[in-house]
Design a protein around this ligand. Structure first.
Ligand code: ZN
Length: 79
């Protein structure tokens, strides 16, 4: 399972993708939505990010280079 720090998220221009390990819900989150700031080295889990459906705090994180890859992520079926 991969995670990121708030510092890493803050440096991105595109949202990150989060897939809940519990219910496989996929969401996009911008740095602003997460409250990510440069210099904040807490992980997403430590910052209290959790699934909006099942409240699980275990998830895989994806980051993207292009808008196209963001759209592809949201279209993907849970594996
Ligand atoms: Zn969930």
């Amino acid at each position: 399972m991969r995670t990121m720090t708030l510092h890493e998220v803050a440096s991105l221009t595109l949202p990150i993708g989060i897939v809940c390990v519990g219910c496989l819900r996929r969401v996009l989150r911008t740095a602003e939505q997460i409250g990510a700031a440069e210099g904040d080295h807490r992980t997403l889990e430590q910052a209290g990010v959790r699934c909006g459906r099942c409240r699980a705090q275990r998830f895989d994180v994806f980051c993207f280079d292009t808008e196209r890859s963001v759209r592809a992520f949201m279209k993907s079926e849970p594996s």
